[in-house]
Design a protein around this ligand. Sequence first.
Ligand SMILES: C[S@@+](CC[C@H](N)C(=O)[O-])C[C@H]1O[C@@H](n2cnc3c(N)ncnc32)[C@H](O)[C@@H]1O
Length: 285
Amino acid sequence: MIPLEKKHLDRIRELVHSYSGIILERVATRNVDKKIHHQMKHFGVEKPADYILILEKFEHNSKVMDELIAELTVSESYFFRNPVQFEYILEVLLPEFYQRSNWQIPLRVWSAGCSRGEEAYSLAMTLQHFQNKHPAARFTINAGDINAKNLAAAREAVYGKRSLREKLAVFEEKFGFEIGKRDEKGECAVSDEIKSLVDLQKLNLKNIRGLNCLAGSDIIFCRNVLIYFDEQLRKQLAEKFYQCLNPGGVVFLGESECYSGVSVPFELVNYKKVYAYKKPMESHK
Ligand SMILES: C[S@@+](CC[C@H](N)C(=O)[O-])C[C@H]1O[C@@H](n2cnc3c(N)ncnc32)[C@H](O)[C@@H]1O
């Protein structure tokens, strides 16, 4: 394998950033050359310059770019990651929301950057549990990711040990039901009932206008995704999420992420030292 010339690698970096907002160095440090060559071979392209010409057309056809991003990014996720956030939703956010709306309006939830679906199905279990106790509580859950392979895995919804970990079992015990059946290898297939609660679709967070599908949300999960992006996109997303949330709606970020220097007036929620960002009730924007 001939190493990629710097000018080609730089151009590919630029294109990945311009399409997805992803800063390549933050997600893929190993075997980048090898992975790009693998993609070139997969699409029957010999010269890096020709491959770049195809990538440059991402606005018309993003298939080649999507596959490159899927190859380059590692998408770590697991059920009930940062469990206190789910506790807060269950103990505080849901009772407040349904009381405020007099049980008349469905709660709208988004998992943006949902990876292979672990986050969205954790939310589905949480809401299902609440609904088992309060049958009048209605809700919708949407989930999206830029990576088509992740979305396919989320649709299949069969998970191994890395995704399951011990937190899932803790919540299963608390909720009194299992997410699905385990087989003898320890893999777990999410039940059709839980799968049916989540609507999966392709989502590109770099395409700010395309995020209008989040409008009217009460909960937005965008966890462990902002770390891939530059400051400008993070700020744009904070503003867009603020716009898309209903008053009283909340954004949840990853443990090591925060909104600093954003221009929108989120209220900081501090629940057991876990932070979330709330759109004030009196806001109209
Ligand atoms: C580390 S995973 C986080 C998954 C999950 N939110 C969690 O916290 O466990 C990051 C996910 O963000 C997705 N992602 C990266 N850039 C994206 C973009 N521009 N639009 C949508 N999703 C993106 C990746 O494909 C990956 O699945």
